[in-house]
Every structure is written in structure tokens, then in C-alpha cells.
Design a protein around this ligand. Structure first.
Ligand SMILES: [Zn+2]
Ligand SMILES: [Zn+2]
Length: 333
């Protein structure tokens, strides 16, 4: 099959790039697994961080891509509930142990031996991908494959970030950074009747936020019109976390939606005093994914995508880094 293969992570501006499209051996489903024919795979900032080595590689070569929609091409032994030709999706969470204390109490996102698509297992920047059947997701019928792909990580983890922030219906919410994940989270927050303040450096993103129902927009350091009940930071910069913390009111929580972040600058204790909170958001549970996909279909959440062939994957990652994509890049093999 054709696949976009990452050999050694490195700067994307290098020539040759750290990833290249080439033929590799077709994967085969093992016990409990499905083989999918990939129809679409959306690009996520985590793919960029894996390609450039911000996240240390766990195996090489590897195939990135963890927002995959496809059709079941083969069913491995001991799989129940999936049949040939069915639509199935693959997200970031590729497997957990199912028995550790966090798995047992419904927090499988924190499992210490969890494995991740595109990091521990090959992902969907390819014509085919293998997924553990019990971690494959079902996509609501209202979304076609291209529209569904960006929901699978940006959407699901953005939803978890809203839950972690503790925002309540009708509350004042801040979103810091306004890429793919935030553009989905704002639609959920508006559906909950929240008043949303969006902070971003990009004038284009501020315009998009207003079109999606933001009540106010500004620079990262500009205080919102009223103190926020909760905020979610999407920008991968520690200084933005400190700015969001200054913008939340008493008892407010800042949820950091980032798997990798540079250092958070020192801040005065007064910024945290009055039971303000700072929490990271790690991965998602399958329950988060099911809840979000159901909700996304009911709202219905709209995704903006830029469709590109698999061969343009490196270009898509470069443009994600530069912030010049029109919507979420979705690679089609
Ligand atoms: Zn576990
Ligand atoms: Zn992701």
C-alpha cells in the first residue's frame, strides 16, 4: 500500500523532509483487530509534533495520522460487532489495559500502558490501517467521511477539555487559540448557551471566531469584557496559559488542551488564589468519543476541511505549522 512514512523525526523545512510517501507492506489484522481501507485522515497538531520530534518517537519507521475514517476490509479472529464494509473510525486512543485502577474507574485516558495511534501503532496516513476492534469508533450517519475526520481528535479532545474546564451551560468561557479543535469546541459551547470569548494572535482566526458565535475576541493578553468562569487553552505556548489564568474569575479553571507545551512562565500566586485551577487534558476515553460524536450530530457541528491527496501530507503539515490552512487538512489516499 501507499503510505506517508516517518523515518526519523526532524524539522519539516529540511530537505528531504522527515516523512515521504512510499510503498510499504499491507498490514494484516490480528486477533481482535479490524483492517480498514482508509477514505480520509485528518491532520492534527500532534502529528506535527511527532513528525518534528517534540514528542519522542516510540518506534521507527512509523505512519502518523489518528483521525481516520474508513471501511472494514477484513475482520480478525475474535471480533464481535463489526462486519465487512461497515464504516469505522480510528482516533488517538488505540488501546488500554482495561484492568488498572484508572481503567477500572472510567478514566482509561490515564492508563499507564495506553497506546496511541501514530505513536505506538501505525496510523491512517496510508491506504490501509489496522485498529483494535474495541477501540474503533462509529461515526454518526449525518457526517460524510471528510467532514467526520476532524471530529475524531480535535473534536473529541476539545469536548473533553470543555468537561475538564468545568464550564456550565450559560457560563462565560474563554478559548485561547483558535485552530481546528477550538472551532469545534465553540460550537458545543454555543449549543450549551455559553458566552464565549476567543483570544488569538491571528486576525483571521478572530474573524472566524466571530462568525462562529464568539461574543468577544481579542489578543492573548487583552482581558475579556467580564472575568471568565472557565477557559481552555489550545495554543501550544505556556505564556498563553498564564494569560488565560489571569482572565478567569474566582473558582475558575483553565484546562490546557496540549500534549506538548513549552514552559509556563512564573506567575504571581494571586493569579491562582481564590481557588482558580490549572488542569491539563490528557487523551480521551471512549465514552468521551461516543458522547461527543452523538452531540456533534445533534447540534450539528460543522467542520471546515481542506482536502489534499496523501502525497501532499508534508505540505499539509508545513502549512499547519505556518497557520496557512483553510480549515482542517484532510488527506485522502
Ligand atoms: Zn489501564
Ligand atoms: Zn490529535
Amino acid at each position: 500500500m501507499r503510505a506517508l512514512v516517518l523515518d526519523q523525526p526532524g524539522p519539516l523545512r529540511d530537505t528531504p523532509a522527515p516523512l515521504a510517501t512510499r510503498d510499504v507492506r499491507d498490514p494484516e489484522p490480528g486477533t481482535g483487530e479490524l483492517l480498514l481501507r482508509v477514505s480520509a485522515c485528518a491532520v492534527c497538531r500532534t502529528d506535527l509534533q511527532l513528525a518534528e520530534g517534540d514528542l519522542r518517537p516510540r518506534r521507527s519507521p512509523s505512519i502518523l495520522g489518528h483521525q481516520v475514517v474508513g471501511r472494514v476490509l477484513a475482520v480478525g479472529p475474535e471480533v464481535a460487532g463489526w462486519s465487512l464494509g461497515e464504516r469505522a473510525a480510528v482516533g488517538w486512543l488505540a488501546g488500554t489495559c482495561g484492568t488498572c485502577p484508572t481503567c477500572a474507574d472510567g478514566r482509561e485516558n490515564l492508563c499507564e500502558v495506553a497506546v496511541f495511534t501514530g505513536w505506538d501503532r501505525d496510523g491512517g496516513f496510508a491506504e490501509r490501517v489496522v485498529v483494535r476492534a474495541d477501540f474503533a469508533l462509529r461515526v454518526p450517519a449525518g457526517f460524510d467521511d471528510l467532514a467526520a475526520a476532524p471530529l475524531l481528535c480535535g473534536g473529541v479532545i476539545g469536548y473533553r477539555a470543555l468537561l475538564v474546564s468545568g464550564i456550565r451551560p450559560g457560563g462565560h468561557l474563554g478559548l485561547y487559540g483558535f485552530g481546528s479543535s477550538a472551532s469545534l469546541a465553540i460550537q458545543v459551547a454555543r449549543h450549551w448557551g455559553c458566552e464565549v470569548h476567543v483570544a488569538t494572535r491571528s486576525p483571521r482566526e478572530r474573524d472566524r471566531a466571530l462568525r462562529l458565535g464568539a461574543a468577544s475576541v481579542g489578543e492573548y493578553d487583552e482581558p475579556p469584557p467580564t472575568p471568565l468562569d472557565a477557559a481552555v487553552t489550545f495554543a501550544p505556548a505556556g505564556s498563553v496559559v498564564a494569560a488565560a489564568l489571569r482572565a478567569v474569575g474566582r473558582g475558575g479553571t483553565v484546562a490546557i488542551n496540549a500534549i506538548h507545551l513549552d514552559g509556563i512562565p512564573a506567575f504571581p500566586y494571586d493569579d491562582l488564589w481564590w481557588e482558580r485551577g490549572l488542569r491539563s487534558v490528557a487523551n480521551y476515553t471512549r465514552r468521551d468519543a461516543r458522547e461527543f460524536l452523538d452531540l456533534a450530530a445533534r447540534i450539528p457541528v460543522r467542520t471546515a476541511v481542506e482536502v489534499l491527496p496523501l502525497e501532499a501530507g508534508v505540505d499539509a503539515l508545513r502549512r499547519l505549522a505556518e497557520g496557512t490552512l483553510e480549515g482542517t487538512a484532510v488527506l485522502v489516499p
